[in-house]
Design a protein around this ligand. Structure first.
Ligand code: 5GP
Length: 178
């Protein structure tokens, strides 16, 4: 699942994990600093640039990408161990990462969460007050690039209404698991 920062992926993910049986979340690694309230091993594994680079050279990542000036990635072993247990694995990753996953696992389903408009996205980023104005501008700039790539995805959900978007996500899972 991908979509620009502020589009509501986090909330949709929580709904999906509560409502979809046998769905687990893959916790990503990142070099960015934890935000207030974030805990290592819960939202992300927060690791240093050195460690990240070392793990990349050891081939430990299923995918990784530079996003908003930091590195983010999904560990291969995390996804494989859950798939081996018969679970479905939800990745919440950027567009570059999603395209790498598709290359390596063509059976992956790519879902793009789109905002109703760019203005709505700006409002959401400003309202959540987690980032400085410069970071918000950077995230909006990146959002426009990401929106251009939504045609690469198997499904696009416009997150205008949370209940509706959540239901759509559930329908996609039900349809794909049949
Ligand atoms: P944030 O810093 O706001 O938590 O996340 C910023 C962006 O990084 C989001 O668009 C998110 O989807 C992306 N991201 C988070 N984890 C990963 C990951 O493991 N791989 C990739 N490629 N992107 C990620």
């Amino acid at each position: 699942m991908s979509g620009p920062s502020g589009v509501g992926k986090g909330t949709l993910r929580e709904h999906a994990l509560k409502n979809i049986p046998d769905l687990v979340y893959s916790i990503s690694c990142t070099t960015r600093q934890p935000r207030t309230g974030e805990t290592d091993g819960v939202e992300y594994r927060f690791i240093s640039h050195e460690e990240f680079e070392a793990w990349i050279s050891q081939g430990l990542f299923l995918e990784h990408a530079h996003v908003h000036g930091e590195i983010y990635g999904t560990l291969k072993s995390d996804v494989e161990s859950q798939l081996n247990l018969g679970k479905s694995v939800l990745l919440e990753i950027d567009v570059q990462g999603a395209l790498q996953v598709r290359e390596k696992m063509p059976e992956a389903i790519l879902i793009f969460i789109a905002p109703p408009s760019v203005d709505a996205l700006r409002d959401r980023l400003l309202n959540r007050r987690t980032d400085s104005p410069q970071i918000i501008e950077l995230r909006l700039h990146n959002a426009l690039r990401e929106l251009e790539l939504q045609s690469e995805y198997d499904y696009v959900i416009v997150n205008d209404d949370l209940d509706f978007a959540s239901r759509k996500l559930r329908e996609i899972f039900d349809g794909e698991m049949r």
